[in-house]
Each structure stands twice: as structure tokens, then as C-alpha cells.
Design a protein around this ligand. Structure first.
Ligand code: PRP
Ligand code: URA
Length: 209
């Protein structure tokens, strides 16, 4: 079974509270999501392999460690996932970005795909799928399957807020995909929204409602 990591770092929790607050407008909401994505990326990349290199400091010759060339990819689920990309790229600027366009049909709550563009070498990369919300899990399960159908197998998932239903759905469908979240909320409401959640992430990011 894939691992669920809830990041309870005080900075993440503080910023998440501001993000949840309905008085927070799109500008601040975007900035906070960006900041939290950077903080989360720090933990999500914790197990990246290192290798030793020889360098000269101004004082001495030394052996030190650098990332072992493991190639990363960030895959936002459009649209709300876009809000987390730059925050991750600040830490791993060499990562490539693939986009998967999915929206959740408001009636059926099933994901509808409308776009996909991945790096040509996506299957060789360690991929981080990002989306602020993991609600029913339908979008995440479909996006991960989409990547697997294209030969990608090293996949981890990063969400701001998850519902237990979404975590269960991803763990059942993709037991190899570890999930990293800033909060595991109580439940979904009758409209498939996470409670207490933060509302509609895409609308709040882009001011569309
Ligand atoms: C939201 C969110 C996830 C999805 C989560 O996107 O960003 O992608 O819903 O719900 P699920 O776990 O039940 O599938 P939405 O479909 O509203 O599209 P948007 O990002 O374009 O606003
Ligand atoms: N999508 C969102 O943007 N918010 C939710 O609470 C659930 C799905």
C-alpha cells in the first residue's frame, strides 16, 4: 500500500489556514499556494538519491554531495494544479513540466480529459503529480493511469488538501504511488466538495467565481 504523508510543519499549517479562509482573495491565494508548494516540495523530494563529487572550495579540496542526476517531472492537473508548479520549480528548476487537462463533471463528479502534453522522456523521469485538491480521487486516479499508459512508473502525488475518500481511491487504484498532503480533512459533502476544505481551488486561484 502506498504511503500517505501529512506534512504538519507549522509554516505549512499556518499558510494553509490563510488559504482556507474565504476572505483570502485570488492574489494572496495564489501567493500562498506557491509558497506552500515550495515547502511541500522540500519534503516530497527528500528521498532523491545523492552522489559524491570532488570540488575545490576557496580553502581546500573536498568531497561533497550533489543530486545523482535523477530526472524530475512535475505534472499539474489543469487547471488548479498549475498554481503549484512554480513553487516546486523554485527548488528544482531543471524539472520538466507535463500538463494533463481534466475537469470534474459537476453532475457525475467523473473526470473529463481535454488536454495532455508530456515531456518526451516522461517515462524516464520521477514524476510529481500536483493538484491542490484530492476529493473523490477521480481526477487523480485518471491522471496517474494516463501517465502509466504512457510508460511512466515512478510517480508520486502532492496535494494541499485530501479527503479520506480520495486517498482511499488513489491507494486502491495505484498502490505504488505515495501521496503527500498538507491536510487530511474530514469528508466530502453532497456536492463532492472537501469539508472544511477551501472551496473550489481553480475558481479561487483564477477569480472565476
Ligand atoms: C478540482 C481539483 C481537482 C479535482 C478534484 O478540479 O483541482 O482536479 O477537482 O476532485 P476529484 O478528486 O473529485 O476528482 P476541477 O475539476 O474543479 O477543475 P479546475 O481545476 O479546472 O477548476
Ligand atoms: N475540487 C475543488 O476545487 N474543491 C473541492 O473541495 C473538491 C474538488
Amino acid at each position: 500500500m502506498a504511503k500517505l504523508t501529512v506534512m504538519d510543519h507549522p509554516l505549512i499549517q499556518h499558510k494553509l489556514s490563510l488559504i482556507r479562509d474565504k476572505r483570502t482573495g485570488p492574489k494572496e491565494f495564489r501567493e500562498l499556494i506557491d509558497e506552500v508548494a515550495t515547502l511541500m516540495a522540500y519534503e516530497v523530494t527528500r528521498d532523491l538519491p545523492l552522489c559524491e563529487v570532488e570540488i575545490e572550495t576557496p580553502v581546500a579540496h573536498t568531497t561533497t554531495r550533489v543530486l545523482a542526476g535523477k530526472k524530475l517531472g512535475v505534472v499539474p492537473i489543469l487547471r488548479a494544479g498549475l498554481g503549484m508548479v512554480d513553487g516546486i520549480l523554485k527548488l528544482v528548476p531543471a524539472a520538466r513540466v507535463g500538463h494533463i487537462g481534466l475537469y470534474r463533471d459537476p453532475q457525475t463528479l467523473k473526470p473529463v480529459e481535454y488536454y495532455c502534453k508530456l515531456p518526451t522522456d516522461a517515462s524516464e523521469r520521477e514524476l510529481i503529480v500536483v493538484d491542490p485538491m484530492l476529493a473523490t480521487g477521480g481526477s487523480a486516479v485518471a491522471a496517474i493511469q494516463f501517465l502509466k499508459d504512457r510508460g511512466c512508473h515512478n510517480i508520486r502525488m502532492m496535494n494541499l488538501i485530501a479527503a479520506p475518500e480520495g486517498v482511499k481511491a488513489v491507494q486502491e487504484a495505484h498502490p505504488d504511488v505515495d501521496i503527500f498532503v498538507a491536510a487530511l480533512d474530514e469528508r466530502l459533502n453532497d456536492h463532492g466538495y472537501i469539508v472544511p476544505g477551501l472551496g473550489d481551488a481553480g475558481d479561487r486561484l483564477y477569480g472565476t467565481k
